[in-house]
Design a protein around this ligand. Structure first.
Ligand SMILES: *Cc1c(COP(=O)(O)O)cnc(C)c1O
Length: 383
């Protein structure tokens, strides 16, 4: 664990976000908390613990390692669903622990059946259907074989869910594509019904779909980015504001803060280059501060000469390139700055704050990527 920076998870903000989501998406809809990518960089152990305190009882992960991390933290207080990769050797643990998982190809279906028989315990399957993203999922021509298997082997296979994933519901540009996916999903569902097979739950929506296309909410929504207090894109936020004329403020609250401290302060003369190479030259007398955080901790190189941090209640620019373990910021305007002063990389200081959007180069699309890159080795605590 480092001591050079720390992360705080604000449980009250999480509760606020979850309450907003429940109110908006409907109380009957299961809210599955998506914690892949180390809970979008927040840290699975701390985040999952907090989420359970806020009433979450369903988690979605990408793979078995994440499932184990959640399980270790929440034991039997929540269901866990694996949406992504698994290897055959994982199936014993998965089935024994009643973890449900996506099945999107014949090979996985066969292996699941084999292990369920071996363990004499039902495998809990979410059948994923291809509706137009063209990534994973059974195509139309494959689903009758799947249905047959589910019927033949119903003492070993539980039809837990029928699911799909939308290809970019956060952008209006994809509106038509998403509508087509919804229709194909519905056709797939009707096919299973016609075979006398009814999944326990139907689920298709991520945050953006749940907000933009209410009929995709069905029995369960898989919510990632919004529970962390961020919108999937500015379009989703604007769409929300337009549909709620009386609401003018953001109902979501960022729950992560990332802080460090001033490690060193220097004065630089005009004409001097700062840091590696020549990406920044001082054009006047400057005072600079060195912060012990760099790209190895997840402070992206794309923030070179772009990022901002807060020191003594003021916004300061990152100058020069982001190094592996350090950044340099311009503190010429701060008179009383000293070594050890708090530096906010994400979060608030006095009345101002650095949102993840500004941390991430002013582009919301990068929120997901920059958050998940924040290093696991930084200590995290719940406040
Ligand atoms: C990541 C993911 C989600 C959650 O997406 P957000 O945009 O963060 O809400 C939902 N479903 C699947 C299959 C995912 O991979």
């Amino acid at each position: 664990m480092h001591k050079n920076s720390s992360i705080e998870i604000n449980q009250e903000a999480l509760l606020n976000n979850i309450s907003f989501l429940r109110k908006t998406l409907g109380k009957k809809v299961i809210l599955s908390s998506v914690v892949k990518g180390n809970a979008y960089g927040h840290g699975i152990p701390e985040f999952a613990r907090s989420a359970v305190h806020c009433g979450i009882n369903h988690f979605s992960v990408f793979d078995v390692d994440e499932a184990k991390e959640v399980k270790r933290e929440v034991a039997n207080q929540a269901e866990i669903m694996i949406m992504g990769y698994l290897a055959e050797e994982d199936l014993e643990w998965i089935i024994t622990n009643e973890i449900s998982f996506y099945v999107s190809d014949k090979i996985r279906l066969e292996k699941a059946l084999k292990w369920a028989k071996k363990l004499k315990k039902k495998a809990l399957l979410h059948i994923e259907i291809e509706t137009g993203m063209n990534r994973t999922g059974f195509t139309k021509s494959e689903i009758s074989a799947v249905a047959k298997k589910l019927i033949q082997e119903k003492s070993f296979l539980t039809f837990k869910g029928l699911c799909t994933h939308f290809a970019g519901a956060e952008s209006v540009a994809n509106h038509y594509r998403i509508l087509k996916q919804i229709v194909r999903y519905e056709e797939g569902y009707q096919f299973f019904i016609s075979q006398g097979l009814k999944p326990e739950i139907r689920h298709t929506a991520c945050s953006a779909a749940a907000m933009m296309f209410p009929k995709t909410r069905m029995d369960m929504v898989r919510i990632g980015i919004m529970q962390y207090g961020l919108w999937s894109s500015p379009e989703v936020y604007v769409n929300y504001l337009n549909s709620n004329k009386q609401k003018k403020t953001d109902p979501l609250q960022r729950i992560i803060s990332w802080k460090s401290e001033v490690m060193n302060i220097k004065k630089v003369n005009p004409g001097e280059f700062i840091g590696y190479g020549n990406s920044f030259m001082a054009s006047e007398k400057m005072k600079i501060a060195i912060i012990p955080v760099g790209y190895s901790h997840g402070y992206s190189r794309s923030l070179s000469n772009h990022g901002r941090v807060l020191i003594n209640g003021k916004r300061c620019m990152v100058i020069g390139t982001v190094n592996m373990n350090m950044i340099t910021v311009n503190v010429s305007d701060l008179e009383n700055i000293k070594k050890g002063d708090e530096v906010v990389l994400i979060g608030s200081q006095d009345d101002i704050s650095i949102s993840i959007a500004s941390f991430s180069d002013f582009s919301n699309q990068l929120n997901y990527e920059l958050l998940t890159r924040i290093s696991r080795t930084i200590p995290r605590k719940i406040i």
